[in-house]
Design a protein around this ligand. Sequence first.
Ligand code: SAH
Length: 241
Amino acid sequence: MSAQANREEMSAQENRVMALSEWEDRWQAGKTGFHRSEVHNLLESNLDKVVCGRNEVRFFFPLCGKAIDMKWLADMGHTVVGVEISEKGIKQFFAEQNLAFNEEPVPAIPGAKVFKSTDGTISIYQCDLYKFSSTVGGKFGGIWDRGALVAINPCDRQKYATLLMSLMNNDCRYLVDTLEYNPELYKGPPFFVSEEDVKNVFGGGCDIELLESVDAFEKKHKSWGLDSLTEKMYLLTPKAQ
Ligand code: SAH
């Protein structure tokens, strides 16, 4: 796509803003069509790329929802930290995965809570992602970003990328899933994110490799008014210092 075309497509969505309360409304109304009942195919196919032979990787899941991939990685011996604004979503995760949990306040973030599985493998912070930091949750060896970069408001992308890069250990491997479609036809979320967008916000701190590009068009996308949709998986690694 030309830079010109990309600018025009971006402009169709760049001012779209979803308030946190709108996400909560979706959880309350059960409108969670983004949730998948199976492990994500692109996490499975790229697992080796993100784990890279390491044991007990500390994974970060921004905007985690109730993704079952958290349990899947924990069952392999990794640990997972997620951030999600909806308490309802977090409680559904623990209930659906049959995991006992404890709930604690987070002194560093007024109003926030952390929900921890009693086996200690999964912690989910209930707060606005932008309040989270490495001071609160440490740094990570792996990041799974599905329904996160594409879900945040387009105007917040640089802020988001700067935060995510601040959470990466030197050996961190970060998988980011993006969607490409005609943004004139659907207002999002999920938003259209091009390769150029990924490079613009992460290129300063990370090397970026396109791992997979798949036709992910399904029946539901037709009802969004789309006629095609491509899912792209990138691997981000910190630039050598
Ligand atoms: N990654 C999950 C959920 C994707 S939907 C999955 O793949 O299934 C995006 C999620 O992010 C929603 O559950 C929404 O409640 C949450 N969310 C949106 N903005 C947020 C923010 N600023 N801070 C924390 N959570 C947020």
